[in-house]
Design a protein around this ligand. Structure first.
Ligand SMILES: NC(=O)c1ccc[n+]([C@@H]2O[C@H](COP(=O)([O-])OP(=O)(O)OC[C@H]3O[C@@H](n4cnc5c(N)ncnc54)[C@H](O)[C@@H]3O)[C@@H](O)[C@H]2O)c1
Ligand SMILES: O=C(O)C[C@H](O)C(=O)O
Length: 326
């Protein structure tokens, strides 16, 4: 076991995602079985008492990999030296809301947190935004952290990726790991695009195994509105699955993966998606660095859907510019 703990900062640690996330990180699900972890947990002051209770429970698990836990409401203290920052803390939407309705309430959280990360995080920090609207909150944090390389700011579309995979596996009655090269493109909102034309199922193109009408009328809308369906069913937004996807994304980013995964990353003009936003792409990750998969063939339907989702992100960017957040 290496002795130097990796510092993982988590915001919104007393919330419902936090309650699932922290225990998985402490058990080794993020960094593997040989790496001790130091948790640095940021909350708003009124939630610190509840967070103390969560820390008591972390203690009571006697996790061998959990080196130490710090809590507080000062971002500069909790992000100090952080190698990974999981920005979860933000208000969730309620039934009937769109995620972009959260921009004015949540967006400002990410100006201060971006600035604090810029000041005190470790040189190798990787930042993943889960709090909604995740893509544009990540953009706000990035724009407020000019000294951190832009590519270190990601947003979470791995939950959508996992949902898309699970839903296709169920339809085709195959195991989830028979599905390869699936990716979500665009925004974490109902315009997101899961591309089945480049997805393989046991080596065959997924789109050839199902009806086109099912893809367009059932599959895409069901994947894209799954978050809302969960809110309707549970009366609260997804939590354990969101925590699991947050771990999947950051683990693959830090440790690498041989799979294509969906990551929302700063755009670089690939596939004609305009620069200046954080949008989801199929990515490969190696040695702590991701690359957008290049050279995929996109049909006209896919191109149209991807650019329509990018337009939503451009509109969100314009809205936060108007709010003075970037
Ligand atoms: N991207 C995704 O796939 C995805 C999936 C699920 C949920 N989410 C989003 O994640 C966010 C958190 O969801 P939740 O269910 O855990 O919500 P929650 O309300 O249970 O917890 C949020 C926590 O954040 C804290 N918080 C608020 N402002 C903060 C700040 N400035 N600094 C630190 N902490 C702060 C709150 O005190 C609260 O404890 C929501 O915005 C939700 O919509 C995203
Ligand atoms: O849908 C939501 O508001 C929560 C989250 O983004 C989700 O996709 O489950």
């Amino acid at each position: 076991m290496s002795t130097q703990p990796v510092k993982v900062a988590v915001t919104g640690a007393a919330g419902q995602i936090g309650y699932s996330l922290l225990f998985r990180i402490a058990s080794g699900a993020l960094l593997g079985p040989d790496t001790p972890v130091q948790l640095q947990l940021l909350e708003v002051a009124p939630a610190l008492k509840a967070l103390e209770g969560v820390v008591m429970e972390l203690d009571d698990c006697a996790f061998p990999l959990l080196h130490s836990v710090e809590i507080g409401d000062d971002a500069e203290k909790m992000f100090d030296g952080a190698n990974a920052a999981l920005l979860v803390g933000a208000m969730p939407r309620k039934e009937g809301m769109d995620r972009s309705d959260l921009l004015s309430a949540n967006g400002k959280i990410f100006t201060g947190q971006g600035a604090a990360l810029n000041k005190v995080a470790a040189d190798d920090v990787k930042i993943l935004v889960t709090g909604n609207p995740a893509n544009t909150n990540a953009l706000i944090a990035k724009e407020n952290a000019p000294d951190i390389p832009a590519e270190r700011f990601n947003a979470l579309t791995r939950l959508d990726h996992n949902r898309a995979k699970a839903m296709l596996a169920k339809k085709l009655e195959v195991a989830v790991d028979e599905i390869k090269d699936l990716a979500i493109w665009g925004n974490h909102d109902d315009s997101m695009y899961p591309d089945l034309y480049n997805t393989k199922v046991s080596g065959k193109v997924a789109a050839d195994l199902v009806d086109e009408a099912w893809i367009k009328d059932e599959y895409i809308p069901t994947v894209a509105t799954r978050g809302g369906a969960i809110i309707k069913a549970r009366g609260a937004s997804s939590a354990a699955s969101a925590a699991s996807a947050t771990i999947d994304h950051m683990r693959d980013w830090m440790l690498g993966t041989d799979q294509i995964v969906s990551m929302s990353v700063p755009t670089d003009g690939s596939y004609d998606v305009p620069e200046g936003i954080i949008s989801s792409f199929p990515c490969r990750v190696k040695n702590g660095k991701y690359e957008i998969v290049q050279g995929l063939e996109l049909n006209d339907f896919s191109k149209e859907r991807i650019l329509a989702s990018a337009k939503r992100l451009q509109d969100e960017r314009a809205a936060v510019e108007k709010l003075g957040l970037i």
